[in-house]
Design a binder for this molecule. Sequence first.
Ligand code: G6P
Length: 492
Amino acid sequence: MAVPRTAPILVASNRGPVSYALGEDGSLTARRGGGGLVSGLSAIGPDANAVWVCAALGEGDREAARRAGDSHLNPGDTGGQQVRMLDIAPDVFAAAYNGVANSVLWFVHHLLYQTPVEPVFDAEFADQWASYERYNAAFADALAQEAVDEAVVLVQDYHLALVPAMLRERRPDLRIGHFSHTPWAPPDYYRLLPDDVAAGVLRGILGGDRAAFLTERWAGAFADCCAAVLGAEIVRDGDGNGDGSGDGAATAVRFEGRETRLGVHGLGADADFLRQRSRQADVDERLTSLRAQIGPDRKSIVRVDRTELSKNIVRGLLAYRRLLETHPEWRERVVHVAFAYPSRQDLAVYRDYTERVRRLADEINAEYGTDGWTPVALHVKDDFARSLAAYRLADVALVNPIRDGMNLVAKEVPVVSERGCALVLSREAGAYAELGDDALVVNPYDVQATARALDEALRMSDGERADRTKRLAAAATALPPQAWFLAQLRAL
Ligand code: G6P
């Protein structure tokens, strides 16, 4: 039986707030996820009748989705949240998620291609794009079915770029917003995409009433792409008469008789959650063992990332190696604690990258290590409690992505840090817009400059580190997840 139209607020994202493992006996075990959206949505309370629509990602999810049919998942599994999980055919899902979203749109927005040989848009890609359209249509159908009249729908990220326009076609009464959690590519790079895809993605998002981003820079790049690819008109701050005279930030895009407003909401760290969670016993335990691993009287340079190509872990290791080479006084006196948690291992290029990170860490340890000192402590097994322990003790945090929508690690470290932590931050991370003043800012490609910044960070006085950390923490928590979520709802 289909679910009746009951939801006044809907969220749509590829990955939902829960995932299922399928046991050999056919039993399903639910595991709840964290992250900004999960805590953001909690701001509206359990009585609001909000529905979250997401995709089934693996076999367990698919089984759970099949058992639920057109209804919601068992609320016992979701913490009371109403979740509709879409059972999308595995080949369609794989083509949409791995083929288009992660191998193409993600690469474009993070400028990851080695352009002399890639991308290649061939017949296989055309099929994948058709799957991406079907996958987006499945979301639009489910949302159209669940939403009450004039409901508000918040569509998340590059996986679902076509949903706003598809949903408007089905339900013109709805108020639809799209939020991009990634950077947005500048027009020259964005135009690597086949013309119909480049235009399709923009038209898809412009089908909503509002398109929102993590920083003004990404919103501006989106507007620039709309102008360059679609010939759309951009409304700018200071453009009081709408005569195109404003030269401030882009505030809306006009295209084919409609106007889509642009918004910026810089998702912040969840201070209450982090402070409380990082004081729990499992974090204390890991703190003790990390301290033992680093050794007494040594400083630590900490990084925490998924092994994601955009995170620039390899150049981070090269910079650390350069530091040991040019500043022998740091040998035996510092440990680089690098957490590189596997991600998207279905893609060969991610597996290769993970291998490269491991090899380089081994090389540095072989080159500089001594009986009592291992220069790089690399951990690849995902462990949130251990990440928090590392945030607590870090003297220096290294956040050097090639490009990043925001980067929440940069915002979480100052909140959790116990004695203050110097932040070495890439100017290409969205977080730079808010944290740039009190971080040591680097060009992520410049390994020499990053090595110098690491040295400066290690030398920073206790007082200065503590002062900067205090200001960083204030900036990092300006818009916690709940306020971030409510701001988007209000704006719609
Ligand atoms: C990061 C990005 C998000 C993206 C997510 C997907 O968190 O900032 O923009 O939605 O990765 O990751 P996944 O593991 O689901 O592919």
